[in-house]
Design a protein around this ligand. Structure first.
Ligand SMILES: Nc1ncnc2c1ncn2[C@@H]1O[C@H](COP(=O)(O)OP(=O)(O)OP(=O)(O)O)[C@@H](O)[C@H]1O
Length: 473
C-alpha cells in the first residue's frame, strides 16, 4: 500500500537500520524512534498508520508504549517485534487489544512486508468501523421519534424532517410530492409553524375540491354582483393569507387558465378580485402539493410547466407508508390511543398476528388509510387486543380490493355488489340511484379518497364533490 506511514521503535540502532533497509524498496513512509518516549513525542506531531516496536526496551517497554498509543491513537495499528521467550507477554497484549500482531526476531523480510500490508488492511477496516460507529451514534442521537405532527422515526422520514427544518425559515416556495394520505398537508403545516410567518395565517385550499368556476373567487375574492350568487364582496385567500402561508393542495387539478393567473400573482404579488380592475398586493409564501408525478401532469397538460418550476424552488417528497420501516406500528399504536380515548374504549394493542398483517400490508391509502382502519378496528373490538381477523375484515382483505401497488397508481373500480340495471325483483332502478351507488362504491374502494375515486370513475374531482354536496342538501 503506498504512502502508509510506519514508525519503527527499538533501543538498538542496528535493528532500526536493518528494518529500514528491509522496507526501502517498499512505498512506505518510514520513520524511526530510539525509545518509547521518543516514539510518543513523534506521534504528537505526526499521524502514523503502523507502529512496530521492540518489546524489551529500557525506561518504557513496548507493552507500556502500546498501552499509551491504544489510548491516545486507537486507530494506529500496533505490531510487536519480539524474541521467542517474550511470546506470553505478547499474546496477553494481543488479547487485551493493545497489540494487533507480532513479528519474531530474527524476522524474515518478506514476512515483515506481508504482515505490514495485512496490518494496513486491518487498520482500514478498523477506521471504517470507527467512522460507521460515529455516524451511527450521531444519527441515533439526532434521530427524531416524531416531528411537528408527524409520528415515525424511520430513516426515510428523518430526511423529510431535516428537509422541512432547513426549508422552513426561508421564504422560498416549496413543492411537496408524495402519494395520497402520506402527510403532505402535515408537512405544509410544519413548514409554516417552523417559519417566521408562524404567527400569521396558514390557509389551505384543495384545488380538487372546488368547482373551477368558483376557484378564481376563492383565491382572489370577488365583488358583489361579479357573478350570479355573488351577493356581497368577499375576500379571497390572496387577502386572507397575507403575510402568511398559502397551501395549494392538488395543484394539478386547478383549471389550466387559472394556473396562468396564479403564476402572475406568485411572480408579482399582485392580483385583482373577480369583477374588479383594482390591483391589490399581497405577501404570501406558497406551498403546493400533488399526489401525481408533476412531470407527468405537465406532459398531460394538467399542470403548467412554468408554474411548477416557479413553485418547485424546494422540493420535498414524502415516501409511501410501505417504505417507512416500523413507522406503521408506531402510527397504529398512536392512532389506537387516540381513538380509544375518543370512543371511550380500553384496548391494550394489536395481537402479534395483527401486527404482522399491518407490517406486511401495502397501504395504498397510506397514513390516512391506516388511521381510518385503526378507527374502525377500535369500534369493532370488544376484547383487550385488536385481532388479525378484525384487521382483515376492515381491510376487506377477503373481498376484491384495489391492487396494492403504488399509491399514485390509478385505481380500478371493482364490480358493483348489486346489479346496476335492475333490483332483485326486476324493477328498473332510477339512474340517479345507480350513479350514487357507483360513486359511493368507488369512494369506499378508494379509502375515502375522492380524488382517486374521481380518477377511477373518469370524472373530475369537483364533479364528485358537487354530487356529494347535492345529496347532502
Ligand atoms: N407521519 C404522520 N404521523 C401522524 N399522522 C399523520 C402522518 N402523516 C399523515 N398523517 C395523518 O394522515 C392523514 C392524511 O394526511 P394528509 O392530509 O397530510 O395527507 P396528504 O398527503 O395531504 O393527502 P392527499 O394527497 O390525499 O391530500 C391526516 O389525518 C394526517 O394528520
Amino acid at each position: 500500500m503506498s504512502n502508509a506511514k510506519i514508525l519503527l521503535v527499538d533501543d538498538e540502532q542496528d535493528i532500526l537500520d536493518a528494518l529500514q533497509r528491509a522496507l526501502r524498496k517498499q512505498s512506505f513512509d518510514v520513520s524511526t524512534a530510539i525509545s518509547g518516549f521518543k516514539a510518543l513525542e513523534f506521534l504528537k506531531d505526526n499521524a502514523v498508520d503502523i507502529v512496530v516496536s521492540d518489546l524489551s526496551m529500557p525506561g518504557m517497554t513496548g507493552i507500556d508504549l502500546f498501552a499509551q498509543i491504544s489510548e491516545l491513537y486507537p486507530e494506529t495499528v500496533r505490531l510487536m517485534l519480539t524474541a521467542h521467550s517474550d511470546l506470553d507477554h505478547v499474546l496477553e497484549a494481543i488479547n487485551t487489544g493493545r497489540v494487533w500482531g507480532y513479528l519474531q526476531k530474527p524476522w524474515d523480510n518478506q514476512n515483515l512486508i506481508v504482515i505490514l500490508n495485512q496490518a494496513l488492511k486491518a487498520r482500514d477496516t478498523a477506521t471504517e468501523n470507527a467512522i460507521l460507529r460515529k455516524t451511527l451514534m450521531r444519527y441515533q442521537k439526532d434521530r427524531k421519534p416524531s416531528f411537528e405532527g408527524f409520528i415515525g422515526d424511520s430513516v426515510v422520514m428523518q430526511f423529510v424532517y431535516s428537509a422541512i427544518e432547513k426549508a422552513a425559515p426561508s421564504s422560498a416556495s416549496v413543492f411537496i410530492t408524495g402519494p395520497s394520505g402520506a402527510g403532505k398537508e402535515v408537512a405544509a403545516e410544519a413548514l409554516h409553524r417552523l417559519s417566521k410567518r408562524r404567527n400569521k395565517p396558514f390557509m389551505a385550499i384543495n384545488c380538487a375540491a372546488i368547482p373551477s368556476e368558483l376557484m378564481e373567487s376563492e383565491i382572489f375574492g370577488h365583488l358583489k354582483g361579479a357573478f350570479s350568487g355573488a351577493t356581497s364582496n368577499r375576500d379571497g385567500l390572496a387577502t386572507l393569507a397575507n403575510e402568511g402561508t398559502l397551501f395549494l393542495d392538488e395543484l394539478g387539478e386547478m383549471d389550466i387558465l387559472l394556473q396562468a393567473k396564479l403564476l402572475r400573482f406568485i411572480q408579482t404579488g399582485e392580483f385583482s378580485r373577480v369583477g374588479s380592475n383594482k390591483v391589490e398586493k399581497s405577501n404570501i409564501r406558497f406551498i403546493a402539493a400533488t399526489n401525481r408525478d408533476p412531470l407527468q401532469a405537465i406532459a398531460d397538460k394538467q399542470l403548467r410547466e412554468d408554474l411548477f418550476y416557479r413553485l418547485n424552488v424546494i422540493g420535498i417528497d414524502l415516501p409511501a407508508l410501505k417504505y417507512r420501516d416500523d413507522d406503521v406500528l408506531q402510527l397504529a399504536i398512536a392512532f389506537l390511543n387516540e381513538f380509544c380515548e375518543e370512543e371511550d374504549k380500553l384496548i391494550a394493542g394489536f395481537s402479534q398476528e395483527a401486527q404482522v398483517l399491518l407490517s406486511n400490508y401495502d397501504w395504498p391509502g397510506n397514513i390516512r388509510q391506516l388511521r381510518n382502519l385503526v378507527h374502525s378496528c377500535v369500534i369493532m373490538t370488544d376484547g383487550p387486543l385488536i385481532e388479525e381477523d378484525v384487521v382483515k375484515q376492515q381491510l376487506k382483505i377477503d373481498r376484491p380490493v384495489l391492487p396494492a401497488t403504488t399509491a399514485s397508481a390509478k385505481p380500478t373500480v371493482m364490480a358493483h355488489t348489486t346489479s346496476p340495471q335492475a333490483s332483485s325483483n326486476g324493477e328498473i332502478i332510477p339512474l340517479a340511484i345507480i350513479e350514487r351507488q357507483a360513486i359511493e362504491n368507488a369512494i369506499a374502494q378508494c379509502e375515502e379518497n375522492v380524488v382517486q375515486a374521481a380518477s377511477a370513475l373518469g370524472v373530475s374531482p369537483s364533479t364528485l364533490y358537487r354530487k356529494i354536496q347535492q345529496w347532502q342538501d
